[in-house]
Design a protein around this ligand. Structure first.
Ligand SMILES: Cc1cc2nc3c(=O)[nH]c(=O)nc-3n(C[C@H](O)[C@H](O)[C@H](O)COP(=O)(O)OP(=O)(O)OC[C@H]3O[C@@H](n4cnc5c(N)ncnc54)[C@H](O)[C@@H]3O)c2cc1C
Length: 432
């Protein structure tokens, strides 16, 4: 059954750059595009910026440095310096307070002069040949349209690119993505007693004893996000084979994840020292999805670049984080595959190069992608997907879109040297 439905929509904004999605990549893109002189609108379907890192309650941000160099220069440096102690260049992961992060993003967006719209969900893309001309948006006032010269897809799952008809890859050879996690908040955690490493020691036993219904020994676990009031952020449990582009799959994953979290509450109380009285305070409203569409771009970043540690001539940033492909199956074999994947990491001072081509959507002339759906194979997606990686690709996409808007060129023919010069000026770490 189909319904033909025609309606004239108001075009409420006409700007240089539209950023779809307000996660780490989207905020970075919007701020940097505006600071580079573009008029920018950012739309976010929820009520705050930060995506997985705030709405999804992810409790940590991975390393900003490679042990010797601060890789996440520019936008990332500003976030780092506003929230965390000075960088010790030890590839440390920093624990985040989602509230501080949300307020910082609010401040950065407003100070940059970006027009920001919460509770505005991208619903469609209108195209003319290889250009997107407008997007349609569902807002509290109803559906309307935004016109822009350039678009940046930072939805996390490449929704704008897919709506515009771009090609993409999805998951492994069977079309399955790595599992998602519904992150959580826990109270009454005695951090004087809790040994972070020991949290996972009894998971096999708990599975054998029927406390945990799923075999899953990979437990990133609880992190002391508010130790002063005994509150932990939890990256606990996996929802396997979720497809976040399908509402049935997403909905079932939310229900399944909440069920699993109740099991972990029993697990922690029963088996983990320091958690005897712990309480599951809440689970996130946004499912933490690690992997979804990978958009076809002018260049696909592959595992070879991870090992080569070279420099692309069109480099827009460098990063270093292991190939973190979470177990694909709740089985001993799935867990072993994860342990093998996570060993793929760099030595101190080493990093990989991220080319401009990996953020330029191949099938459109005015669309960039940034964040966890940049053009990459699975191994590289599993590395560059983390928050500092999203800051780096978001920053480059934002500045590139602003330069395209000044020049009037299409995304494939931007003067990359000019982009690199601007990136260096704002503090990006480049080897070229
Ligand atoms: C469980 C889990 C644990 C993780 N742990 C860590 C960690 O410890 N450290 C780390 O650095 N990284 C971690 N990551 C990775 C990291 O959080 C994400 O990969 C990162 O947030 C990606 O940023 P992004 O901006 O690309 O996408 P997202 O953070 O997913 O943001 C996308 C944004 O777009 C919005 N959006 C989506 N569709 C639409 C639409 N149609 N209209 C309007 N808005 C839309 C969403 O609401 C969201 O705000 C973790 C990820 C998960 C899932």
């Amino acid at each position: 059954m189909t319904l033909n439905y025609n309606k004239a929509l108001d075009v409420r904004y006409d700007v240089d750059v539209l950023v779809a999605g307000g996660g780490p990549a989207g905020v970075s893109a919007a701020v940097m595009a505006a600071e580079a002189g573009a008029t920018v609108v950012i739309i976010e379907q929820s009520g705050s910026f930060g995506g997985a890192s705030t709405l999804g309650m992810v409790p940590e941000i991975m390393n900003f440095d490679d042990g010797e160099n601060f890789l996440c220069g520019g936008f990332g440096r500003r976030v780092h310096d506003a929230l965390f102690p000075p960088c010790k260049y030890e590839r440390e992961w920093v624990i985040t307070s989602p509230e501080k992060l949300k307020r910082l993003y609010d401040k950065m967006i407003t100070e940059a002069g970006v027009t920001y719209l919460f509770f505005n969900k991208l619903t469609d893309a209108v195209t003319d040949g290889k250009r997107i001309t407008h997007v349609t948006v569902s807002a509290p006032e109803g559906t309307y349209a935004i016109k822009a010269k350039y678009f940046i897809d930072t939805t996390g799952n490449g929704a704008l690119s897919a709506l515009a008809g771009c090609g993409f890859a999805y998951g492994d050879e069977s079309g399955v993505c790595m599992p998602a996690t519904l992150c959580s908040l826990w109270g009454n955690v005695d951090f004087d007693v809790l040994d972070i490493e020991q949290q996972r020691e009894n998971v096999e036993k708990a599975y054998r004893e029927g406390v945990l219904s799923q075999y899953d020994t990979i437990l990133p676990g609880m992190k002391p996000i508010f130790p002063e009031c005994e509150v932990a952020g939890g990256n606990i449990g996996h929802a396997f084979a979720v497809d976040d582009t399908k509402s049935r799959s997403l909905s079932d994953a939310m229900v399944q994840s909440r069920k699993i979290l109740a099991e972990y509450e029993t697990y922690y109380k029963t088996y983990v020292k320091g958690c005897e009285n712990t309480v599951l305070l809440r689970s996130a409203d946004l499912l933490g999805v690690r992997e979804s569409r990978r958009i076809h771009t002018d260049y696909t970043l592959t595992k070879e670049a991870f090992f080569a540690k070279g420099s692309f001539p069109d480099e827009i940033g460098r990063y270093s984080y292991p190939v973190d492909i979470h177990p694909m199956k709740p089985s001993a074999e799935g867990m072993a595959d994860f342990e093998k994947s996570i060993q793929l990491r760099h030595e101190k001072g080493q990093s990989y190069s991220i080319p401009y081509g990996a953020i330029v959507a191949k099938d459109m002339d005015n669309l960039f992608v940034a964040g966890r759906h940049v053009g990459a194979d699975r191994a590289m997606q599993a590395s560059v997907r983390v928050i500092p990686g999203a800051y780096i690709t978001g920053q480059a996409a934002g500045i590139a879109a602003a330069l395209c808007a000044k020049d009037g060129c299409d995304t494939h023919s931007l003067d990359v040297k000019a982009l690199q010069a601007t990136l260096k000026k704002v503090g990006a770490y480049l080897s070229v």
